[in-house]
Design a protein around this ligand. Structure first.
Ligand code: ADP
Ligand code: TRP
Length: 334
């Protein structure tokens, strides 16, 4: 009866995009059926890189609304805002005593971020993995759906948990990165440069909040080439990306038609028309994104309802967090 605990967080540093949807949220929605799930908006983590909070408040509410619009059911999963759970901050304090400056300085994400913001190498940035460990351990989560770039942070969370258990008593189970199914899709930027991302080329990123015209324009501008030069050619990654998107948004028949056109094409006999493919993909993607965008927008406008949802999430998260914290305090302070 006791389901395993799944937890993941997303930083509200921008608009959610299709990479977030297909790489993360789509899995959350499946997981809520099988696990005891906690999903949260990591707004404290955002402060390490985005100290100006003018946009943050709206972004937090948008991320909550978009998660619900994508199918997250708050009767099944706990959806909350990190800063609504002060227990996390107290656990962060205890874990900070078990985290060493040397190991924190060595993490890739710290080094990357320190390089990209040399004027603001703050202590929060250094202890980012400690706060992340507190996020996870406060609910005793064991499965953490995250991308590859987060492996190191999870290893550190296990180290802190182990040190804590060793010194104060066995309280925390070990958390591990977790992918549902196993293959993790990676959605590339439509310009073919790297992955779709909140901070990269915004004209090549499809956001869940994009209107129909914007979606159409972005897809029609997506990078293609003059077509395959042999039959059954290997697809370049930016073409594969269009097929991947199509496999999510279009009907099987449509995907099959363009697959066949691609495979039958060769030099001098290029059957596949990327222009047509993009037109079709644009319309199908509009149909895919539109209901999510509209539901998220409605919810953001319904302030009372959204406040209620956020409050309910906070109550449930605090309920679980305070139980862990009680044990932690007892173990550390007696
Ligand atoms: P971003 O790079 O846009 O800031 P985050 O690093 O906040 O996104 O990632 C949030 C979640 O979305 C993570 O689980 C990450 O693996 C997933 N994700 C982000 N971008 C992509 C992408 N282009 N393709 C697949 N998954 C992605
Ligand atoms: N560091 C994660 C990221 O950049 C976000 C995050 C914060 C997180 N706390 C977490 C993810 C706890 C999983 C579990 O994507």
């Amino acid at each position: 009866m006791n389901k395993e605990i799944v937890l993941s967080g997303i930083r509200p540093t921008g608009f959610l995009h299709l990479g977030n949807y297909f790489g993360a949220m789509r899995n959350y929605i499946k997981m809520q059926e099988d696990y005891n799930c906690y999903f949260f908006v990591a707004n404290w983590h955002s402060l390490t890189t985005h100290p100006d909070t003018k946009e943050l408040k709206n972004a937090v509410r948008r991320v909550i609304a978009e998660n619900i619009a994508c199918g997250l059911n708050t009767d099944k999963a706990v959806l909350y805002v990190q800063s609504d759970v002060p227990e996390i901050a107290e656990l962060y304090l205890y874990l900070n005593m078990l985290a060493y400056k040397g190991e924190l300085e060595k993490t890739t994400t710290f080094k990357d971020k320190a390089r990209s913001q040399p004027d603001n190498v703050n202590a929060g940035l250094l202890t980012y993995p400690v706060l992340q460990a507190a996020d996870i351990l406060i609910h005793r989560a064991v499965k953490v759906p995250v991308g590859k770039d987060q492996e190191q942070n999870l290893e550190m969370a296990r180290n802190f948990a182990q040190r804590f258990n060793h010194r104060y008593g066995d309280i925390f189970p070990m958390p591990f990165a977790f992918n549902y199914g196993n293959e993790l899709v990676k959605i590339l930027s439509l310009d073919g440069n790297g992955k779709m991302s909140k901070s990269e080329n915004q004209l090549a990123t499809l956001y869940l909040a994009d209107d129909d015209d914007t979606i159409r324009k972005k897809i029609l501008k997506a990078k293609t080439d003059s077509g395959p030069t042999e039959t059954n050619a290997i697809k370049p990654d930016y073409i594969q990306n269009l097929f991947t998107l199509m496999s999510f948004a279009s009907s099987e028949d449509t995907v099959q038609k363009f697959e066949e056109d691609f495979n039958k094409s060769s030099s001098g006999n290029c059957i596949i028309r990327y222009g047509d493919m993009k037109k079709q993909l644009a319309e199908d993607m509009i149909n895919f994104i539109k209901p999510i965008r509209e539901k998220a927008a409605d919810l953001q406008q319904n302030t009372d309802l959204l406040n209620k949802i956020i409050k309910q999430g906070a109550d449930k998260a605090r309920d679980s967090a305070s139980q862990t914290l009680q044990q932690v305090r007892k173990a550390v302070l007696g």
